[in-house]
Ligand binder design. Structure first.
Ligand code: PMP
Length: 441
């Protein structure tokens, strides 16, 4: 699709999570973005069905964010993040805290989801140590969990291609809960599936195996996004919360995707009415205009860690760019847009239309499941002759060429548009997917 004149030398850049050789044979290049649309270098418009990588929740090119970043760059481009402060970072922390469940209001800044996850795991260990329970070091993740690409994140994560190359160097003492997805039980669920709450009880089995006194934290995505949109069964998160609380184990919700309105509430924690001890965030926190992330923790966790230090630095962790002036300026402008335009409510109001549009693909060629919650949907395709991902990859390319951006993982197509999407655009995304699937063998 891309005209040759606009293509630079592609040989030097090693692309992340990309089939580099295939891409470079047929590059799809983006040139600009505004509102709901990208423009490709060949000039064709692409409706953003995925909010970039689940992150541009307020839509592209928001003037207020551009202005805030540019004003901040001119005023102060950078401030050391250790031992010195600047106002925007403290204001941004308060603005983030305001959106968190009550009491989860101490905020540590990072630059990405992966950094947020590693920070959260370290906070969990530091908390137990501060309380004299330093033997609580075991971590529990979940199959098909995605928690970024740091060594901590891939250790608690449950995606084998992300782990196997590094299997000798993963964190020790990590267990995994089973994932909650079973097509024979919950295919074509609208919203939360009825089946699967009991899978949380696997945590009791792991606790019995190791003893609660050795376990620091459980980390899950309340709704697993990157591995194909796995919606938590009714009652499942509540049960995880009850079991972790009973055993003094911290519960971490990785809300890198679900934070900032994806489900029609500020957080999945609010949406499900389940309050974890620690919440990781990134993506929508700054509308992705500047890389940014954060970890929100319960006040008593923060206080325990600070209180345990006799004097001096309480937590030996942080990044050169924690609370970067540009990131925090972008966050403040982004969070103001979410509030002023009531975008989380908008997502909630649109979720019924979105659900019906997604489920209109039931019966479409190759489709074996449709699942959805808020403004996120997964469409699972039957794999072609054992070539997992081939059909979805083809659908991705053809949708892009037809002017709709989707994402795929394995043979699952994921849709997660900016929260500013219009109803007609929702219909257009799913009808385009249906048309494209019709053309695929
Ligand atoms: N956690 C979750 C739940 C994610 O979805 C992602 C990214 N998709 C990450 C962590 C990692 O974020 P990043 O790519 O910003 O490091």
């Amino acid at each position: 699709m891309t005209s040759q004149a606009n293509i630079p030398d592609l040989s030097h850049m090693w692309m992340p999570f990309t089939a580099n050789r295939a891409f470079k044979e047929k590059p799809r290049m983006l040139a600009s973005a505004k509102g709901m649309y990208y423009t490709a270098t060949d000039g064709h418009q692409v409706l953003d069905g995925t909010a970039g990588l689940w992150c541009v929740n307020a839509g592209h090119g928001r003037e207020e964010i551009i202005e805030a970043i540019s004003r901040q760059t001119a005023e102060m481009d950078y401030a050391p993040s250790f031992q010195l402060g600047h106002a925007a970072s403290f204001r941004a922390a308060s603005a983030v805290a305001k959106l968190m469940p009550q009491g989860v209001d101490r905020v540590f800044f990072t630059n990405s989801g992966s950094e947020s996850v590693d920070t959260a795991l370290k906070i969990a260990l530091a908390y137990h140590r501060a309380r004299g329970e330093g033997q609580r070091t075991r971590l529990i993740g979940r199959e098909r969990g995605y928690h970024g690409v740091g060594f901590g994140g891939i250790s608690v994560g449950g995606i084998s291609p992300n782990r196997k190359t590094f299997s000798g160097a993963l964190l020790p003492h990590v267990d995994h809960l089973p994932h909650t997805h079973d097509l024979s039980k919950n295919a074509y669920s609208r919203g939360q599936p009825a089946w699967g709450e009991h899978l949380a009880d696997e945590l009791e089995r792991i606790v019995a195996l190791h003893d609660a006194s050795t376990i620091a934290a459980v980390i899950v995505e309340p709704l697993a996004g990157s591995t194909g949109v796995l919606i938590p069964p009714k009652g499942y998160l509540e049960r995880l919360r009850a079991i972790t609380e009973k055993h003094g184990i911290l519960l971490i919700f990785d809300e890198v995707i679900t934070g900032f309105g994806r489900l029609g509430a500020a957080t999945a924690s609010e949406f499900f009415g389940v309050t974890p001890d620690i919440i990781t965030m990134a993506k929508g926190i700054s509308n992705a205009a500047v890389p940014a992330g954060a970890v929100a923790v319960k006040r008593d966790i923060h206080d325990a860690i600070l209180g345990a230090a006799a004097t001096g630095i309480e937590f030996f962790h942080g990044y050169t760019y924690s609370g970067h002036p540009l990131a925090t300026a972008a966050m403040l402008a982004t969070l103001a847009i979410y509030e002023r335009d009531q975008l989380f409510k908008r997502a909630k109001d649109l979720s019924g239309t979105f659900e019906n549009a997604a489920h209109s693909l039931k019966g479409a060629k190759h489709v074996i499941d449709v699942r959805n919650l808020g403004l996120v949907a997964g469409i699972e395709l039957e794999s072609r002759d054992g070539a997992v991902g081939a059909r979805a990859a083809e659908a991705f390319g053809k949708c892009f060429d037809a002017g709709v951006m989707v994402r795929y993982t394995g043979d699952i197509i994921a849709i997660s548009p900016p929260l500013i999407i219009e109803e007609a655009q929702i219909q257009h995304i799913f009808s385009t997917i249906g048309d494209v699937l019709d053309t695929i063998a």
